[in-house]
Design a protein around this ligand. Structure first.
Ligand SMILES: Nc1ncnc2c1ncn2[C@@H]1O[C@H](COP(=O)(O)OP(=O)(O)OP(=O)(O)O)[C@@H](O)[C@H]1O
Ligand SMILES: [Mg+2]
Length: 449
């Protein structure tokens, strides 16, 4: 390796030297995470059969960060003969070894790598991925060139994966220590099939190169609002919330693969308005034993209701929708009505609605199953703006973010839902309230708009 390419002493060096199966390198912004990932992926390039995979969630981020930075680094690897193929987003080295770049906007995009074999997989900013995507990738590691399989992830605190990333690494590992796991269970070292896991904190102060070329970097981090500053400058993982609103949500139970709901099932829609925040329209089907399935949704920003109305109508063609419940905004409801999307106003009592959803998320004692499911990737179009901002781009992604915060009012302390990552959550709540037996929402409200 050329001598200009050298790991920074400290965490970056430790990251590159680690022989642990699964490592998270994370914390502060600018700590040299992406650089480290690129170097790590390149260690085995003299081995002809080696293939490495490096990922970001979106194409744009991939281009701007990893690919751009790889052009600075790989041509400088002495004797490696690095050549980049733009179309295939692949570096090929003299030995025949390859490093491939990829992105996974949709959850199922990880299936592209189903039959591929990678000895090393690196996931940059893993907090922008879902837990499903990450664990799927983990299963794609294959030892093909007698290179020990390794997976590496980098992260900043926050993002749509904040909850699962924290649980997988931060909550169960002290900094730099290595522990062994079988699935989620911690086991003794040496247990057959156990994988070792490690969390190496990254700090911006450990990256002298950045501070040298951009001395203003730290001042800019310092100027951020409190929460972002704590996360991105101090690398704090404990900031944010007092617990999830739907802590019974479990992606392995409540998320199902897509299927066409049988014709005879009842169908409903639920709408939460938004422009800079996401506009959400959900389509739900109800089985004869009262199981709800979210089978389609629009989850998009910066769309006018005048354009959304016809889309909702067209997407619903051939389906009988019993009713559509919506947030109260009169103007927007009137606009939907113009396109044949009649709505009834939602019953909006927040805690009541949350209780209705929770009842359905619980496995009921008799059947051992919940009564609420979401179909994977049922969002009709991924909003690139949301993806790039590491914000949820579907209802599924909100479940692990929608949280409560502790609020003190005089002498009483309450835990109230934070009004963030709640657009799909609100629509779902309106739907469940609409289905609750009791005082019916007046249908004439629907006619009256
Ligand atoms: N060991 C090193 N030698 C030289 N330059 C480095 C080294 N490590 C990092 N850098 C440079 O420091 C800058 C920040 O590094 P990098 O982009 O890897 O940080 P990051 O932690 O991924 O940041 P972000 O949180 O913004 O994604 C980059 O310009 C990178 O090239
Ligand atoms: Mg980076």
């Amino acid at each position: 390796m050329a001598d200009q390419l050298r790991a920074n002493p400290g965490p970056q060096q430790m990251f590159l030297a680690s022989r642990t199966d699964e490592v998270l390198f994370g914390g502060a912004a600018g700590g040299g995470k992406s650089f480290a990932l690129l170097l790590w992926a390149a260690f085995p390039i003299s081995i002809p059969g080696y293939r490495g995979l490096l990922l970001r969630r979106t194409y744009r981020e991939l281009e701007l960060s990893l690919i751009d930075e790889s052009r600075q680094i790989y041509p400088r690897l002495r004797g490696a003969g690095a050549a980049y193929n733009e179309q295939r987003k692949t570096w090929t080295f003299r030995s025949g070894a390859q490093i491939v770049f990829g992105h996974c906007d949709n959850e199922r995009d990880v299936h592209r790598y189903q039959s591929a074999q990678f000895a090393r997989i690196g996931v940059d900013q893993v907090e922008s991925f879902t837990r499903y995507q990450y664990t799927y990738l983990l299963s794609r590691l294959r030892n093909v060139a007698s290179i020990p399989n390794q997976i590496r992830a980098t992260a900043n605190p926050g993002g749509i994966g904040a909850a699962w990333v924290k649980r997988r690494w931060i909550d169960v590992l002290s900094p730099n220590a290595v522990k062994w796991f079988l699935g989620e269970e911690q086991v003794e070292r040496g247990t057959p099939h156990a994988m070792s896991r490690q969390f190496i904190p990254a700090r911006v102060y450990d990256n002298p190169k950045l501070l040298e070329v951009d001395p203003g970097y730290i001042s800019r981090l310092m100027a951020l609002p409190d929460r972002e500053r704590a996360q991105l400058l101090d690398g704090r993982w404990d900031i944010g919330h007092a617990g999830l609103v739907y802590d019974e949500y479990d992606a392995t139970v409540h998320v199902v693969e897509q299927f066409d709901p049988p014709k005879e099932w009842q169908r409903f829609r639920a709408v939460d308005f938004g422009y800079n925040n996401a506009f959400v329209c959900q389509w739900w089907a109800r089985s004869p034993d009262d199981e709800l399935y979210l089978y389609r949704e629009i989850y998009e920003t910066q769309q006018l209701v005048s354009a959304l109305g016809p889309r909702i109508r067209d997407l619903s063609a051939g389906e009988t929708i019993r009713w559509t419940v919506a947030d109260h905004d009169a103007e927007n409801r009137a606009e939907l009505n113009k396109h044949g999307v009649r709505t009834i106003p939602a019953r909006k009592a927040v805690e009541d609605g949350i209780q209705e959803v929770r009842k359905r998320l619980h496995r009921d004692a008799v059947r051992g199953k919940p009564r609420l499911y979401v179909m994977r990737d049922c969002v009709v179009r991924r909003d690139q703006r949301l993806l790039s901002a590491s914000l949820p781009s579907s209802t599924i992604e909100e479940f692990e973010l929608y949280a409560r915060e502790t609020v003190t009012e005089g002498r009483s302390v309450k835990e109230v839902p934070i009004k963030e990552h709640d657009h799909g959550m609100d629509a779902m709540r309106y739907l469940c309230m609409g289905l609750r037996p009791g005082p019916r929402t007046r249908m004439r409200d629907a006619e009256g708009v």
